[in-house]
Design a binder for this molecule. Structure first.
Ligand SMILES: NC(=O)c1ccc[n+]([C@@H]2O[C@H](COP(=O)([O-])OP(=O)(O)OC[C@H]3O[C@@H](n4cnc5c(N)ncnc54)[C@H](OP(=O)(O)O)[C@@H]3O)[C@@H](O)[C@H]2O)c1
Length: 334
């Protein structure tokens, strides 16, 4: 089969498109013929050896995919050859086939196409878990989303709206903000794309407060970190919840803890990958809820680019270079 391989750690252009052996079926496992894979920020980090999970070299990146089950090992129940599935594999999806544990599979509803399915689970799963389980967001509360046109960000915008929040989408370009408006944001906020000085950070806090009647945001969804985190925490409301989702800007912020005291607010960690492993029933219920929201037309995954497997390094570059809006797809089969 064809695969896009990380043979040594480095930037996306070092990935190598190659012919490799097909995976061999094992007891208790399933082989999926991949149709589409999507890029998530962990793929950017993994190929540079900057992520917490470190697959042995060589490996194909790509943490999630959609496809069709082609082979089923002994001892597997509940799946059939021909089932359309999302595979949450962690890595290995930039390839024509993948061997997976059945626990990594979710059946795709009939009305969802393969590209949408590949773009769906990690972003919406993360943002849903964050807003519902970690922030306990309430109808009528204000929600500030940083990096709001990114993968998890745009999912948070749509889910915030579906949960009845007033959504303020913050991002680094007018084009990104336009995408956020198209996906339901009530208000948009442009922030600088480079390093921010003290005055720019204060302006960001002031702008957020202005959009929330001087109160600050009830919930802040932060997948960006860096210079954006402290101004956003300074503009968090009394008894607000500040969701620590990720650090796409690169730097892990060091936060003055007196801010949490002064606001009576919570700084709450979000780790969807651990949640779905530790709380399987709650995760499965969340997936059912998400698929219903999709079926009812509340969620519309946005795909900004589609690349072939051979060009898959460009898909990862789109995220690394801050160009992506919503999701970027690597289409393995037409
Ligand atoms: N906690 C969890 O369970 C969980 C699950 C999934 C993902 N994550 C994390 O969430 C973050 C976002 O993931 P994603 O897949 O949504 O990524 P993404 O689509 O690339 O979105 C990241 C956003 O961050 C902003 N950003 C700011 N500085 C950046 C920089 N130097 N390089 C790239 N982007 C930058 C960009 O928006 P602007 O240009 O508008 O600032 C971009 O849209 C990552 O840190 C990822 O590891 C966490």
């Amino acid at each position: 089969m064809k695969a896009l391989l990380c043979k040594e750690f480095g930037p996306p252009e070092t990935l190598s498109y190659e012919e490799i052996e097909d995976p061999v079926l094992k007891e208790g496992h399933i082989i999926v013929d991949i149709h589409s894979a999507s890029v998530n920020f962990p793929d950017v980090l993994m190929i540079e050896d900057k992520y917490q999970f470190k697959p042995p070299l060589p490996f194909a990146p790509g943490g999630e995919a959609s496809g069709v089950i082609s082979e089923i090992g002994d001892g597997v129940e509940g799946f059939n050859v021909g089932d359309r599935v999302i595979a949450s594999s962690g890595w290995g999806s930039f390839a024509e086939k993948i061997l997976v544990d059945p626990n990594a599979l979710t059946i795709i509803p009939d009305q969802m196409d393969h590209n949408t399915a590949a773009a769906f689970l990690m972003t919406y799963g993360t943002s849903h878990h964050a807003l519902k389980d970690r922030a306990d967001i309430k109808e009528g509360e204000s929600l500030l989303v940083l990096g709001a046109a990114g993968g998890v960000g745009l999912a948070a915008v749509e889910l915030g709206k579906a949960m009845g929040a007033k959504v303020i989408a913050a991002a680094s370009s007018e084009e990104k903000l336009q995408t956020c408006k198209e996906h339901g944001a009530d208000e948009v906020l442009l922030y600088p794309s480079g390093k921010m000085d003290r005055d720019q950070q204060k302006k960001l806090s002031d702008d957020i407060k202005e959009l929330t009647n001087g109160q600050g945001a009830d919930v802040v969804y932060d997948p960006v970190g860096g210079d954006y985190a402290e101004p956003a925490l300074r503009a968090t409301a009394w008894e607000g919840r500040y969701l620590v989702v990720g650090f796409a800007a690169g730097d892990i912020p060091k936060i003055p803890l007196n801010l949490a005291l002064l606001k009576g607010c919570q700084i709450v960690g979000v780790f969807w990958g651990a949640f779905k492993g530790r709380e399987v029933e709650a995760h499965n219920a969340n997936v059912d809820e998400l698929l219903k929201l999709y079926g009812d037309g509340h969620l519309k995954p946005h795909i900004s680019s589609i690349y072939s497997l051979e060009e898959g390094s460009k898909a990862i570059s789109d995220l690394a270079e801050r160009k992506a809006r919503g999701k970027v797809i690597v289409q393995v089969r037409a």
